[in-house]
Design a protein around this ligand. Structure first.
Ligand SMILES: Cc1cc2nc3c(=O)[nH]c(=O)nc-3n(C[C@H](O)[C@H](O)[C@H](O)COP(=O)(O)O)c2cc1C
Ligand SMILES: O=C(O)C(=O)c1ccccc1
Length: 388
């Protein structure tokens, strides 16, 4: 029996009896407005914004709203077990921290605070290549907690190999290769604000602490930061790679490999044929291709096509416990959560992240039980109906 996440509800009600209220909202859909009050406009827009008109970001949410859960009664679901196994690791709940770069733009503790919160809950922290904290520092903050590493794939094989070797040595178990962001999408909010955190070296802790990357520079990053930043950007942007490049990653990573950013069922099939261990069905939270399909709308056919051959994970738009139930019912093994925990970080550092994620897990636990389920493994499409 895993931890009973739903207890967070009683904890909050009991504190309320003593006159205390939670540090900020328990409503996953209202975190954005709370974070806007504490963040400067540039960082806020960077986190909250999407590509173009925001159509895909909205579509991600609308796709969740079109599905409704059909609760079952008298199923004895008072005791729930949210635990699941993902790529050989047992997780207390089917939820991971999505890779999010440049977290120092919202809080000085940055990824260290998020990684500590993830470890405290036993959920995997997926560290971004674009972190403002080095691989070794995130590993230390994670302690014994599960940790995965997300790769923005440098086109210099030795730099790539060095970063992967460091991540492996620091205890990162799964490699998540992001395919949908070989350039940032067209993001009018950030363009209008003239705001790109990367240019201030906020997301360069990984390369700047890497000896092989530094050997590629004419001067060390501390002497010519702008040049080092540009060199790094030039290494991870543009893509001359295709599916034939994947074996390189296998040679440099002896654990499971997951491809993030899959939306087309044929790409999912390609991934299965290439022998990768998992995919993340994701449109990067609507930050890349405006007008792209809602990520949830692509999930059922992908899960049906490859779900028996590799692990299907999902992200983009998960805000509540119901959302997690819906994604699992439509074929995901687990979900990744992005912006919500970053808002928690902005609002309260490690404790803020913990509050956001405990709220989500409590909501999931209660929603699961009240709709008649004792665990997450038995969830299938029969748990849902298409609304009008
Ligand atoms: C501020 C920000 C930075 C991000 N940085 C990365 C990154 O470095 N690597 C990556 O693979 N995805 C990155 N993502 C995308 C997330 O991993 C995830 O796909 C997305 O946030 C999921 O949607 P959600 O925010 O609606 O939960 C970033 C997202 C945000 C909001
Ligand atoms: O902003 C993003 O979505 C993202 O993935 C990213 C890319 C490079 C640096 C920081 C974040």
């Amino acid at each position: 029996m895993s931890e009973r996440f739903g207890h967070y509800q009683s904890e909050i009600y009991l504190q309320g009896y003593g006159g205390a209220t939670p540090m900020f909202t328990t409503d996953g859909a209202r975190l954005e407005e709370a974070a806007e009050r504490v963040l400067d406009p540039g960082p806020f827009a960077y986190v909250a914004g999407g590509a173009g008109t925001g159509a895909t970001m909205r579509a991600n949410r609308e796709a969740f709203d079109r599905w409704r859960i059909v609760p079952r009664m008298l199923t004895d679901s008072t005791e729930r077990d949210l635990s699941t196994t993902v790529l050989g690791e047992t997780l207390p709940a089917p939820v991971l921290f999505a890779p999010v770069g440049v977290q120092s733009i919202v809080h000085s503790e940055a990824e260290r605070a998020s990684a500590r919160a993830a470890a405290g809950l036993g959920l995997p922290f997926v560290m971004s290549t674009a972190s403002s904290t080095s691989i070794e520092d995130v590993a230390e903050a994670s302690g014994k907690g599960p940790r995965w590493f997300q790769l923005y794939w440098p086109n210099d094989p030795e730099v790539c190999g060095s970063i992967l070797a460091r991540a492996r040595a620091a205890g990162f178990s799964v490699l998540v290769v992001t395919l949908d962001t070989w350039s940032l999408g067209w993001r009018p909010c950030d363009l209008d604000n003239g705001y790109l955190p990367f240019l201030k070296a906020e997301g360069t802790a990984v390369p700047f602490s890497d000896p092989v990357f530094c050997s590629r520079l004419d001067a060390p990053p501390e002497e010519n930061e702008a040049m080092a930043v540009l060199r790094w950007i030039s290494m991870i942007t543009g893509t001359d790679r295709d599916w034939s490049a994947l074996p390189f990653l296998r040679e440099h990573w002896d654990g499971p490999i997951v491809l993030k950013g899959i939306q087309h069922v044929d790409d999912a099939r390609r991934a299965a044929e290439a022998g990768v261990d998992g995919i993340v069905v994701s449109n990067h939270g609507g930050r890349q291709v405006d007008g792209a399909a809602a990520s949830l709308d692509m999930l059922p056919q992908i899960a049906a096509a490859v779900g028996d051959r590799l692990e299907v994970l999902f992200d983009s738009g998960v805000r509540t416990g119901s959302d997690v139930v819906k994604a699992l019912a439509l074929g995901a093994k687990a979900v990744l959560v992005g912006r919500p925990y970053v808002y928690g970080l902005a609002l309260g550092g490690e404790q803020g992240v913990r509050h956001v994620m405990r709220s989500l897990l409590a909501d999931l636990d209660l929603t699961l039980g009240l709709s008649g389920h004792r665990g997450v493994s038995a969830l299938g499409p029969e748990a849902l109906v298409r609304g009008q």
